[in-house]
Design a protein around this ligand. Structure first.
Ligand code: SAM
Ligand code: SF4
Length: 337
């Protein structure tokens, strides 16, 4: 029997009664960019033998779907730099409509032009593309090396392949905080939704993040000088709160882990590229699936998944204060954003 055929009533519930049906997978910690808020210039990546193979990721995903996961987001690092990523996307995509409601992807877009058609073919319908600015020089500054034209080419390919795009923009004080309105208008012209994100203290990035942290209430205030903005009841399974912007088609999302905690409704868990399950982005507690899986196969995964569920904390412990160190030592790229 196909694992997903057993899923009709399977549910994963944590110790606080929250139903956990959303899995984010970091398929690699590697990346072709070095965004200042995400990793340092001299980021060291995990040795290859510590990383799950694509086949291992696929088998673990099968089991999670059988246990009640309904939505999977593939992320990283940059998922599109992992060789044979398309095979994994197609493999997991086979579950769509048979246990899995949706497969999505978060990408920096630099390799999207080559891969957009493959993503659509794998059953992916919506993707998030990270783009913090429309200015080519600012883009190279924030990413420390990126060419924005590659992202624009990727976005055109996504449109040609019928993929709906949401732009993720991390709000950075003194860097892109003058550009929210331009980004919003541009997204509207291009037919994209837009989500603004507060910077989270994850991993050492070699810079003081307190300087660039901007509460999104400021961004909203700025946008409201030009547009009426009204809350929407929409949920997409993630942490964003959505708003309608009067006169625009673009739906505005806000992810406010720092200024407005959303943990009460958390439905997520994360599988890292090393095979660890983290039940919260902001806690170090985890269970290690890799060794158990390599010894005992998929059945060994079940017991550890139950153990992980029992340890899901009520809320994260992020704080951005002067001198405060990162809340977790691991980077977002390892855990999967
Ligand atoms: N490389 C892909 C990308 O950039 O879209 C996927 C991985 S990235 C870690 C996922 C998302 O996390 C991106 O939208 C990125 O902007 C965001 N991100 C990374 N580090 C962050 C941090 N410290 N605080 C808030 N968001 C962060
Ligand atoms: Fe790479 Fe994404 Fe992190 Fe930027 S945010 S360095 S693109 S993983």
């Amino acid at each position: 029997m196909h694992p997903s055929e057993k899923t009709d009533r399977a549910t994963l519930t944590d110790g606080f009664g929250r139903q956990i049906d959303y899995l984010r997978i970091s398929v690699t910690d590697r990346c072709d960019l070095r965004c200042r808020y995400c990793m340092s210039e001299k980021m060291t990546f995990l040795p290859r033998n510590e990383i799950l193979t694509l086949e291992e990721i696929a088998l673990i995903a099968d089991r999670f779907i059988a246990r009640g996961v309904r939505k999977i987001r593939l992320s990283g690092g940059e998922p599109l730099v992992r060789r044979d990523f398309g095979d994994l996307a197609r493999r997991i995509g086979r579950h769509i409509g048979q246990g899995l409601d949706e497969l999505t992807l978060t990408t920096n877009g630099t390799h999207l032009a080559e891969h957009a058609a493959m993503l659509a073919d794998a059953g992916i319908r919506r993707i998030n593309v990270s783009l913090d600015t429309l200015d080519p020089e600012m883009f190279s500054f924030i990413t420390r090396r990126g060419d924005i034209n590659k992202v624009f080419a990727g976005l055109r390919a996504a449109r040609d392949s019928g993929l709906a795009v949401k732009i993720n923009m991390v709000a950075l004080k003194g860097v892109n905080d003058h550009a929210f309105l331009d980004m919003l208008r541009w997204c509207d012209t291009e037919g994209h939704d837009l989500t603004l994100i507060e910077t989270m203290p994850l991993g050492d990035v070699g810079e003081d993040r307190t300087e660039s942290y901007l509460p999104l209430s400021h961004a909203l205030q700025h946008i409201r000088q030009e547009f009426d903005v009204a809350p929407l009841p929409d949920r997409t399974g993630g942490p964003a709160r959505y708003f309608a912007v009067e006169g625009l088609q673009t739906r505005l999302g806000l992810i406010t882990p720092m200024s407005d905690n959303f943990c009460a409704g958390c439905n997520r868990m994360r599988l890292t590229c090393q095979g660890r399950i983290y039940m919260c982005l902001g806690h170090e507690k985890h269970v290690d699936l890799r060794a158990a899986f390599r010894d005992g196969g998929v059945t060994a995964v079940d017991a550890l998944l139950d153990q992980a569920l029992a340890t899901k904390p009520l809320r994260h412990d992020f704080q951005i204060e002067e001198g405060a160190s990162a809340a977790t030592i691991r980077h977002m790229s390892v855990t999967g954003g």
